[in-house]
Design a binder for this molecule. Structure first.
Ligand code: DP6
Length: 363
């Protein structure tokens, strides 16, 4: 992909002295996981995800014109109404990464305020929703001042910028399914941006449910960025990347034919492979907790007993995502309440479902 299209050639900032953008962007859950990078935020294998709806970040940015341009991007950030040092550091490094593509930002001071729909300490990573919300605000502002930026390129650019903040964030811009990373079975798939795959989603998936069991609300011991790095010299990396490519190819058929059994087999295999990669890294680490394993075991037994289409996946943490068709919501909620909440910290879980991506809010 020619990423030069994301560098603005002409900017019309004359008279644009103050502007506010506010957007909501959701989290997403990968069906086939991104784990391992090559170069700068380029995935070692393609990944495919469901965009979520109820787990989201809302971000407002006020752009205030300065007397003089500065070399660094000047901003203040409030997270849930308060200053937050660790987020500020992450956002500063994101701005540093994207400044070639957002030269207009040096003429403005940015007042950013951001909050999540899910509790801060829920063990849910906010980087996907956080960086995608930030990126859509920036691109929406750019649409005002860059006459060449049409809406198709704007959507791609939001995904492109989000990726430079956190890889999985590029898959949160649209929905309900996104693919990121080149794969010859998906037309237009690219390493630099995520796209909506060119397939006709089986109706069974349209209102698919994701109930997230909050097994452990603590901050994880090893960040995803470090985990990706450990794939570099990983003894099983090559085989893992082949497997992910095969799973992505098969997912294309499954998402169209609605084969829920095979869907679940791949989903669970991806989750356990991801954690196996962590456990066989040098140094190794374990993010699952005893209750993660107990919940997984209970799901498997329930499925065998009831013939349900309930399957689990995990991201880089202890929480368990339960994916199932909406038609089974009553029985499965019953099962969760009776047998799974005991494994959740303070009995907490989040009910989510497929969503359509980021959208603008009124200010
Ligand atoms: C396990 O996107 O958080 O959730 O690009 O370093 O920010 P960085 O990593 P990140 O990795 C997420 C990995 C995952 C799988 C996935 O979402 O595909």
């Amino acid at each position: 992909m020619n990423t030069k299209i994301f560098i603005p050639r002409e900017l019309q900032i004359e008279g644009v002295n103050e502007h506010v953008e506010k957007w909501r962007s959701p989290s997403n859950i990968a069906l086939v996981k991104y784990w391992g990078k090559v170069g700068h935020q380029i995935p070692a294998n393609p990944s495919i995800s469901f965009t979520l709806k109820n787990s989201y970040t809302e971000t407002e940015i006020k752009f205030i014109k300065k007397e003089e341009a500065s070399s660094d991007i000047e901003f203040e950030l409030l997270f849930e109404g308060e200053k937050n040092e660790s987020f500020t550091t992450k956002v500063a490094s994101y701005f540093d990464n994207i400044k070639v593509y957002t030269p207009y930002l040096k003429y403005y001071r940015l007042e950013i305020s951001t909050s999540n729909s899910f509790p801060h300490s829920s063990g849910i990573a906010s980087s996907a929703s956080g960086f995608s919300a930030l990126s859509v605000c920036l691109v929406a502002f750019e649409e005002k001042i860059n006459p060449e930026l049409n809406s198709r390129v704007a959507g791609q650019k939001a995904s492109f910028l989000a990726r430079l903040g956190s890889g999985s964030a590029c898959r949160s811009i649209e929905g309900p399914v996104m693919i990121w990373g080149e794969h010859d079975k998906y037309r237009l798939s690219a390493n630099e941006v995520a796209v909506v795959p060119d397939l006709k989603l089986n109706p069974i998936f349209e209102d698919y449910q994701d109930t997230i069991l909050l097994i452990d609300k603590g901050v994880k011991s090893v960040s995803s960025t470090i985990g990706h790095g450990l794939m570099q010299d990983h003894p099983f990396a090559k085989q893992r990347f082949i497997q992910a490519n095969n799973h992505i190819a098969e997912m294309r058929e499954i998402l169209q034919n609605g084969d829920l059994k095979r869907f679940g087999e791949i989903l669970e295999s991806e989750a356990l492979t991801l954690h196996s990669m962590m456990m066989t890294s040098m140094p190794y680490y374990i993010l699952m907790k005893p209750n993660t394993l107990l919940a997984i075991q209970a799901v498997k037994e329930y499925r065998e007993k009831s013939g349900s289409n309930l399957y689990f996946t995990l991201d880089a943490g202890a929480n368990v995502h339960l994916l199932y068709p909406k038609s089974e919501v009553k029985e499965i909620m019953n099962f969760i309440e009776k047998e799974l909440v005991v494994y959740c910290e303070n009995q907490h879980y989040i009910c989510d479902e497929l969503g359509s991506g980021a959208f603008k809010l009124k200010v």
